[in-house]
Design a protein around this ligand. Sequence first.
Ligand SMILES: Cc1ncc(COP(=O)(O)O)c(C=O)c1O
Length: 442
Amino acid sequence: MAKTAAKSTKSQACWQQKLKYVASSPYLYTHVFVEKAQGAVLTDVDGKHYLDFAGGIGALNVGHRHPAVVAAVRRQLDKVTHTCYHVAPYEGYTEVCRKLAEVTPGRFPKKAVLFNSGAEAVENAVKIARAYTKRPAVISFDLAFHGRTMLAMTLTGKVRPYRSGFGPFPSGVYHAPYPYAYRRPPGVPAESLTEYCLAALEKMFVVEAPAEQVAAIIVEPIQGEGGFIVPTPGFLEGIRKICDQRGICLILDEIQSGFGRTGKMWGCDHFNVAPDLMTTAKSLAGGLPLSGVVGRADMLDAVHEGGLGGTFGGNPLACAAAVAVFDIFERENLVARGHKIGQIIKKRFDALAKKYDFVGDSRGLGPMRAVELVRNPKTKEPIKERDARWILERCVAKGLIILKAGSHNNVFRTLVPLVITEEQLTRGLDIFDEVLREFNPT
Ligand SMILES: Cc1ncc(COP(=O)(O)O)c(C=O)c1O
């Protein structure tokens, strides 16, 4: 628990009320009860400031309360807040779909459809792929994270905490290995990992489901919750090829990796791979709930009228925010800014890996960067869960919010708002370094 926050009366009172009334299942990284936020800084109910390296888990690439987002939402508030798109459409929805079609890779006619959460986008991408291909099965990857609804959870490749106790799961979902270079299967050299994983994928068509029954392969261009695992060269390209050869729809889940998070607009821009369908959410609407599926128009239009949608999907306020977000990216050149931030973090994280034995790996793309902490660099045994918690809490006590991830919760990752100032970024990285200096794995 973040002791500094708990000491103060107001935070403590909030905590007591939370314990009494809120279900204990939503995990809390920190006990910081937030009063307000701006840019890359959170302020708690007691007035303490925190540098925010979590950005609402990657939902705030334009920063908290970006003035243009706030102004757009205010304007929209004065017009209409909700009609339900199915009852009376509005231009904002079309505008977001148009922008998504324009800025996503792939030189083919594109369309989009909007929802609320990332999990919903994932569910609907699978529905679209099934409707188009008329096939049932879906392949995802070990350590993937695609959300918490029934199908998205089934696609997710991590038992604890996401799947444990929630079965039985929908059938027709299979997991293939993702190339985790730092933790390769025994006997597989680094240079053969791509080949090994692609062969394992091909083997699924023999062991699990014939290719002609597979509707889609869904993959994160860089794994997020799995621990910022960057795929080995040729892996995504190899999947694209397999999909093309077998008539399988390639769904790229860019929910965490999109909107400049990797130093390019989309994670897949690093690999020159265009998906048939892409899922997007998180930073799409600068902090408001909005998600979408964008991709091949013929695929999206394969679904019968009434087959997709929802009461709040593509809400007018969220659409107004999203239109502002696209504008901000252009005007403020946020992708280039992200690239620069990424270089700064990389330099510091690579230095941590040199300085501390327990920093086993420094990896990532652009500002989507992480360090993986181990008890022993030779055996790569992960640091203990309580040690990771200690680091996180020490950071919070010193005014930095930073998140864990990974199969053993031993990966510390940065999802900083891309509008963070260089001074704030440096201060946050200094705090992390200070805490690691104090750290001794138990
Ligand atoms: C890659 C990816 N897909 C899907 C999701 C689920 O999004 P949501 O939490 O909005 O349902 C997440 C959330 O972290 C994610 O990182």
